[in-house]
Design a protein around this ligand. Structure first.
Ligand SMILES: C[S@@+](CC[C@H](N)C(=O)[O-])C[C@H]1O[C@@H](n2cnc3c(N)ncnc32)[C@H](O)[C@@H]1O
Length: 269
């Protein structure tokens, strides 16, 4: 059955990200964007600040981790850091990275299109019961992923199901700030792009509809990117920065936050 969650399941996105995996980390923009995402997330979540390296305590899930740029920055603040991506190529690059002695040793890389909080690819809640309930998380992150998700409501429902009571999501992506946002991707990289950024009001409504509480969509940072002056300017290879090509455009990013409410007692208190 075709998945409703992501165009990745139809192949076009997966092929693109598998093909790009080996060269992903050569792009300075993705490093800078991940650094700014880590900074924004750490600032907003005091529990991460308190869990200093060496005193980690949070269970964190990242959906769409790619080669693990954000994962490696946040993992020192976590107990378990489960890094999920639907593209096997991305996870293979992350696995190679994790063999280096300086890499965080608490990252668990998983290649899966996550659609079910009880997916057997996720670690078990109790190591003594490998076939039992799956681990639930204090924090779920994703960065530059939501614009690839076809059915945002479905993926948000999965995220809600993966959280512990009182757990939070912290999702970063560029904002749909109007027609100019379409220029974030060159024409050759439109495969698998479901929307041109996150529309703050739509996202807030969706998160509330799904059942998150304390929802807040916050302007987080802006980044300059060299974009095509006209569709197709960069050609098939999408190489920006050839002399005379492209124009610099600033893109605002949002941090989408929400919590899973604490279990209520039968009298609603
Ligand atoms: C633009 S890349 C961003 C990768 C990484 N977060 C970064 O910033 O370097 C988007 C990634 O999301 C993954 N992805 C998209 N939808 C997904 C889903 N439903 N489940 C898991 N991974 C997904 C893709 O495979 C791809 O690697």
């Amino acid at each position: 059955m075709a998945s409703a969650v992501s165009s990745l399941s139809t192949g076009n996105g997966n092929e693109r990200f598998n093909a790009e995996a080996a060269n992903w980390d050569k792009n300075p923009f993705v490093h800078e964007a991940s650094k700014l995402a880590a900074k924004a997330i750490i600032q907003q979540f005091p529990a991460l600040q308190k869990a200093r390296p060496g005193r980690p305590k949070l269970d964190v899930l990242e959906i769409g981790c790619g080669t693990g740029l954000l994962s490696c920055m946040l993992a020192p603040y976590a107990r378990h850091y489960v890094a999920v991506d639907a593209a096997q190529g991305m996870i293979d690059v992350l696995k190679t990275k994790l063999q280096r002695s300086e890499s965080p040793q608490n990252i668990i890389p998983v290649a899966v299109l996550l659609e079910d909080p009880e997916d057997r690819h996720l670690p078990p809640a109790d190591e003594n019961e490998p076939d039992g309930k799956r681990l639930k998380f204090d924090l779920i992150t994703s960065h530059l992923v939501l614009h690839h998700i076809q059915d945002l409501k479905a993926v948000l429902t999965t995220m809600l199901g993966c959280l512990k009571d009182g757990g939070s999501v912290a999702l970063t992506d560029f904002e749909d700030a109007g027609p100019e946002s379409k220029r974030f991707h060159p024409q050759s990289k439109m495969g698998g792009v479901e929307r041109h950024g996150i529309h703050a009001e739509t996202m807030e409504r969706l998160m509330n509809d799904v059942g998150f509480v304390n929802v807040e969509i916050r302007a987080a940072w802006s980044m300059d990117k060299t974009v095509e002056k006209f569709e197709g300017e960069f050609g098939h290879e999408a190489k920006a920065g050839e002399p005379g090509q492209g124009v610099v455009q600033s893109f605002p990013f949002v941090l989408c936050m929400g919590e899973r409410k604490w279990c209520q007692s039968s009298d609603g208190s």
